[in-house]
Design a protein around this ligand. Structure first.
Ligand code: KE4
Length: 427
């Protein structure tokens, strides 16, 4: 593949943008090589500035569940833009969005829009602390909740990829109230509650962590967290920025039948535009300004353009057989990959939930961060580039999830599996 124009652009980007990227995971640092620059995206395909075509399994890190440039979403954005892009004054689309979220996610009695997943989780933590009057939070190793100071502790995604799960620039005082436990380890969580009686405001977790690859909650784990938070008077916060509206129309909480106190959203809820949201029990949400003492705000929160894109994205999920299709394609991919790994005698662990998946090059199960760290990242990097050369774009890090969209067809999966079959022979 020729990447000449991407290389020229990247050299130029490096002069003006730290690392040449506006978000670290895009830099290919985890897999080596240089990132390509995207010219256009439509359906499940992307084209780079050199005209190379790829089947896209990153989907802009989750938002593109309907594929790129879905006509419904494009039309909603274009039509709304004619009337203005942001008012900073309440607009009807905010109400429509709030009503739609509440209908799709029954645990969300009230919801506040913001502009990113980071804002959503940061605000939910502040709200939980304000509501309970407690300071400590529990998070899980390898979960990534955005880059708010108190959550950059053993964080996943880019923080993990670049070996700084605890970022520089975060004073110890800012993270002294952040307690850690391994994912799927209920005993460790219980011990934290006993060791910090009356001090834990909330547990925050990705119900299906997608920022260290993909971890699958073991039976009883999510239910156990729900019981512990109820027993100790703490809140349960589901960070559904990635899983929300992906694992079911009501997200992971619908799929696993758990009712959190607060939920955070992003990605799909914005249809590709910058949107985050957090919501849950009214008695908790009513603590937010201007009603209550917990402050939270945002110039562009609920802006009509982002709301229009997000509403179109959510409505498409309720009007089509999206989830049946996503499950079918996911199963097709998984079965194919399993037989390719077997035929080539290469140990892999495929963790998949619906349309979220990850390939670990390891023979032991991966249920938490320490398991994931044992996987062969060199081999993953070779796999990534072999696939890229065949026109298949995977997440450029072992510690990320891959995503299917409703735009992926059986033919795309077949092409992907052919590329994987050729790649595995060279691993
Ligand atoms: P944003 O601030 O990037 O919109 O959302 C942060 C966030 C919060 N919670 C979860 C579960 C998330 O997955 C994310 C962001 N995900 C990463 C991909 N693993 C975004 C990609 C990037 O950082 O460029």
């Amino acid at each position: 593949m020729n990447h000449r124009l991407s290389e020229i652009l990247f050299e130029k980007a490096l002069q003006f943008i730290p690392g040449g990227v506006n978000s670290p995971v895009r830099a290919f640092r985890a897999v080596g090589g240089k990132p390509f620059f995207t010219q256009k995206a439509a359906g499940c395909k992307i084209w780079d500035v050199d005209g190379n075509e790829y089947i896209d399994y990153v989907g802009t890190w989750g938002p593109a569940i309907h594929g790129h440039s879905h006509p419904r979403i494009i039309k909603a954005v274009c039509d709304t833009a004619q009337m203005g892009t942001s008012f900073g004054i309440p607009n009807p689309l905010e109400v429509e969005m709030a009503e739609l979220v509440r209908k799709m996610v029954p645990s969300v009695e009230k919801v506040r829009m913001c502009n990113s997943g980071t804002e959503a989780t940061m605000s939910a933590i502040r709200l939980a602390r304000g509501f309970t009057g407690r300071e400590k939070i529990i998070k899980f190793e390898g979960c990534y909740h955005g880059h708010a100071d108190s959550l950059l502790v053993k964080a996943g995604s880019g923080a993990l990829t670049f070996g700084h799960p605890d970022s520089a620039g975060v004073p110890p005082a800012f993270v002294q109230h952040t307690l850690l436990a391994p994912f799927n380890d209920l005993e460790a969580v219980k011990n934290l509650f006993y060791a910090n009686p009356g001090q834990i405001a909330a547990i925050i977790l990705e119900p299906v962590p997608g920022n260290s690859g993909v971890f699958i909650p073991q039976s009883g784990f999510l239910e156990g967290l729900r019981k512990l938070t109820e027993e100790f008077g703490s809140l349960l916060i589901f960070d559904e920025v990635m899983t929300g509206f992906r694992l079911a129309s009501g997200g992971a909480q619908e799929r696993f039948n758990i009712k959190p106190d607060l939920s955070c959203f992003g990605k799909i809820i914005g249809g590709g535009l910058p949107v985050g949201a957090f919501g849950g029990r009214s008695d908790i949400m009513n603590c937010l300004a201007p009603l209550g003492p917990v402050y939270q705000a945002g110039t562009l929160s609920g802006n009509p353009l982002a709301m229009a894109a997000g509403i179109a994205s959510l409505e498409l999920l309720t009007e089509t057989d999206a989830f049946r299709r996503l499950e079918t394609m996911g199963a097709l991919w998984e079965e194919g990959m399993k037989s390719i790994a077997k035929d080539n005698h290469i140990p892999v662990r495929l963790n998949r939930v619906g349309s979220m998946f990850c390939v670990y090059f390891t023979e032991s199960p991966v249920a938490n961060l320490s398991d994931a760290m044992k996987s062969d990242r060199e081999r993953f990097a070779r796999y990534f580039h072999l696939m890229l050369e065949e026109g298949i774009y995977l997440a450029p890090s072992q510690f990320e999830a891959g995503f299917l969209s409703t735009a992926h067809t059986e033919e795309d999966i077949e092409k992907t599996l052919e590329a994987a079959s050729a790649a595995f022979k060279k691993l």
